[in-house]
Write a protein that binds this ligand. Structure first.
Ligand SMILES: Nc1ncnc2c1ncn2[C@@H]1O[C@H](COP(=O)(O)OP(=O)(O)OP(=O)(O)O)[C@@H](O)[C@H]1O
Ligand SMILES: [Mg+2]
Length: 230
């Protein structure tokens, strides 16, 4: 059995939007392990983004318990959380969120340069990541000159460059065509197995369901069931 890297139990999250109160999470429990790709699926508004935001310490929560890599996230200050994410969590979104004025390699190197790594060392590591996503030849290109699939692979290289243990992907293939979506998922699956990371892929995209090691089905702020294909 792979190492457990995440344990959360009975998580509840309430949004107070003006008068109305939205119970976005109503007692969510989940464990995750190294080397696995877990897909989180369910209808729009069921709480998927809220859940991964809570897991990754971007959002606080009202009730429950969440431990990642042995750390109780409810005990962390905001500064602790920022540092923790910088060290341990990688993010990939539907919109690639690359900086248009920077070259591919500078985009990939950014998490390292922000963390104070020298430009030379950051570029060396970024180059390795560009190799891993098979875009070394685009190191000096700006994002706007790349296809959607290539931009997403650059975003994946950036999410991985600081060697996080947990990667959160929220709809990573939704804005891609079929072919690019498959390439991106093959890459995410390969990274999961080769780098021993734990990957959560939030998706509506039934073309990619086959890449899951486990699939968690969410509805109305709850995980209804988890299927395992391992
Ligand atoms: N910042 C917020 N303030 C108030 N309500 C919010 C906020 N973020 C999300 N919600 C509400 O919480 C519920 C869950 O939203 P969430 O974004 O987690 O859904 P989702 O499953 O990711 O949906 P989608 O598949 O459309 O991305 C929804 O009812 C949503 O309107
Ligand atoms: Mg969402």
């Amino acid at each position: 059995m792979s190492k457990k890297i995440l344990h959360c139990e009975n998580i509840s999250k309430i949004f107070n939007a003006g008068e109305a109160e939205v119970k976005a999470l109503q007692g969510v429990t989940l464990d995750m392990y190294a080397n696995e790709l877990l897909m989180l699926v369910g209808p729009s508004g069921c709480g998927k983004t809220t859940f991964v935001s809570v897991l990754s310490t971007l959002l606080s929560f009202e009730e429950g318990y969440c431990e990642i890599l042995g750390n109780d996230t409810s005990k962390m200050s905001d500064e602790d959380k920022t540092a923790f994410r910088g060290e341990n969590i990688g993010f990939v979104f539907q919109s690639f969120n690359l900086l248009p004025s920077l070259s591919s390699i500078d985009n990939v190197a950014l998490p390292l340069t922000i963390a104070g790594v020298s430009r030379e060392e950051a570029h060396k590591q970024a180059k390795e990541m560009l190799n891993a996503v098979e875009l070394a030849d685009k190191a000096d290109s700006k994002p706007n000159s790349l296809s959607g699939g290539q931009q997403q692979r650059i975003a994946i290289a950036r999410a991985l460059v600081h060697q996080p243990k947990l990667i959160i992907c929220d709809e990573p293939t939704s804005s891609l065509d079929q072919q690019s979506g498959q390439v991106v998922m093959q890459l995410l699956k390969k990274i999961t197995k080769e780098k021993g990371v734990s990957m959560i892929v939030v998706t509506h995209d039934n073309r990619i369901y086959k890449y899951a090691d486990r699939t968690a089905y969410m509805e109305d702020g709850r995980i209804l069931k988890v299927d395992s294909y391992l």
